[in-house]
Ligand binder design. Structure first.
Ligand code: NDP
Length: 458
């Protein structure tokens, strides 16, 4: 019998923490987990899951309009925010309950309170004000929304607050040009709000392939979002009617019912007591880990967004599973972070896997690009001017497809399957040898024949 109260104590019951706790318990470890908010973490409670319900909700508005081209009359359609939020929260509650049940059925002891680290093997439970010891500690506390640090900050919301809004704001200002800003901009625009997105750069979605960025930027505008570029919010105040007044460094003043900051997320390490145990952080405040998710302290590991590797739910889940296999399965397992497919739920959405054109050029020098930009068949009758982009990035020496980038309906669903081919290292010839499914937008992936040549610069 071990001298410790538990074999493993997990701090944070989000995607990574829950998976690690369950897999460790299933391997015979005595496991406890502490969560200060709600079991399920950001993804389930105030991230991917409720966000996708908002995206589904807002897409109906556009669908009603487009249905007319197919002979439908959808007169008098209206939207009720309260119904949406009630149903959304009921589903989130259900999912959180399932996470709880799965943990508890695996024999994991759940503490619904904040836990902090006292030393390499000791955790203090804040509400109970007592300590617990564990052979291993896993930090899985995720991230939290970053803030711009501007005057009037307290009058603004972050992504956590959006899911708790009692009414849909008619006028919204959204700061940022990343995943969250772009997704929320189109959610609110689709539900009928007037949206102004303020972005400090020139094209949204920095880090994505340039063709995808340009496409999403154009589609944001097409969906009615006013996108202000090269602009920063410098102050927010409140007028006599309670409206927010946003001032920018471009000299503009915008009135809104809600101002949302979507300017990134920071690893959530504050006050965790990491310094007590000697756990090292990097410059961004993320927990430094090796390929097996071990920190600078042998008994302490960390997975998920708190390590700021690839901040996505499925990645945290894989890191959690790899941790359990390494520590309690006696099989050292390092999750491979290459070629992770991901999606942005803009409207239309984005699906990407592998290297962007710019990254591939830097890495391999000579590459070939195959791309198509077309109006999908569905839009011919719906009247939508929205287009689809499909792009393959191919190594010239080996003909391996090292990147696939798509924007258009169903891209997230399609990229999941294409991700297998890219991860497997398949070549363009192998893509071409695959027979098309017709008529689909995805058939472009196996029918792109012409190499794209960059326009000559005169
Ligand atoms: P991102 O890092 O994607 O984008 C942050 C945006 O805020 C960028 O446009 C950035 O500009 C801008 N910004 C940063 N600091 C400031 C500042 N001080 N003033 C003004 N603008 C600023 O973060 P998000 O908040 O959108 O999302 C956080 C993370 O959540 C993502 O990285 C992703 O991992 C995850 N996520 C994933 C989703 C998905 O998979 N579909 C959906 C939502 C979130 P610049 O471009 O110039 O740096």
């Amino acid at each position: 019998m071990s001298d410790f109260d538990f074999d493993l104590f997990v701090i944070g019951a989000g995607s990574g923490g829950v998976r690690a706790a369950r897999m460790s318990a299933m391997r015979g470890a005595r496991v406890a987990i502490a969560e200060e908010y709600r079991v399920g973490g950001t993804c389930v409670i105030r991230g991917c899951v409720p966000k996708k319900f908002l995206v589904y909700a807002s897409a109906y508005g556009k669908a009603f309009k487009e249905a007319e081209g197919y002979g439908w009359s959808v007169d008098g359609a209206s939207h009720d925010w309260t119904t949406l939020c009630d149903n959304l929260h009921a589903e989130v509650d259900r999912l959180s309950g399932i996470y709880w049940k799965n943990l508890s059925n695996s024999g994991v002891e759940i503490y619904s309170q904040r836990a902090e680290i006292e030393d390499a093997h000791t955790i203090r439970l804040q509400d109970d004000d007592r300590t617990i010891t564990a052979k291993y500690i896993l930090i899985a506390t995720g991230g939290q929304p970053a803030r711009m640090g501007i005057p009037g900050e307290e009058l603004t919301l972050d992504s956590n607050d959006v899911f708790l809004m009692k009414e849909r704001p008619r006028h919204v200002v959204i700061n940022g040009g990343g995943y969250i800003a772009c997704e929320f901009a189109q959610v609110f625009a689709g539900l009928g709000s007037q949206v102004c997105q303020i972005y400090r750069g020139d094209t949204v979605l920095r880090g994505f392939d340039d063709d995808i960025r340009a496409h999403v930027h154009g589609e944001l505008k097409r969906s009615g979002v006013r996108v202000m570029t090269h602009a920063n919010t410098i102050k927010v105040s409140k007028d006599g009617t309670g409206q927010r007044v946003v001032e920018t460094d471009t000299g503009d003043t915008i009135k809104a019912d809600a101002v949302i900051q979507a300017v990134g997320r920071n690893p959530y390490t504050k006050g965790l007591g990491l310094e007590n145990a000697g756990v090292e952080l990097d410059k961004a405040g993320a927990v430094k880990v090796d390929e097996y998710s071990k920190t600078s302290v042998d008994s302490i590991y960390a997975v998920g967004d708190v390590t700021n590797r690839v901040n996505l739910t499925p990645v945290a889940i894989r890191e959690g599973a790899a941790f359990a296999a390494t520590v309690f399965g006696e099989t050292p397992t390092a999750f491979d972070h290459a070629d992770i497919a991901s999606a942005v739920f803009t409207q239309p959405p984005v699906g990407v896997v592998g290297l962007t054109e710019a990254e591939a050029r830097r890495k391999f020098g000579q590459i070939d690009i195959y791309k198509a930009n077309f109006r999908p068949m569905k839009n011919m009758l719906s009247g939508s001017e929205s287009r689809m982009v499909v792009k393959l990035v191919v190594r010239q020496d080996s003909e391996q497809v090292v990147g696939v980038h798509m924007a258009g309906d169903d891209s997230p669903e399609i990229i999941q399957a294409v991700g297998i081919a890219v991860k497997a290292g398949l070549t363009k010839a192998q893509f071409d040898a695959t027979c098309a499914v017709h008529p689909t937008v995805a058939e472009e992936l196996v029918t792109l024949k012409e190499k794209w040549t960059p326009p000559e610069i005169s």
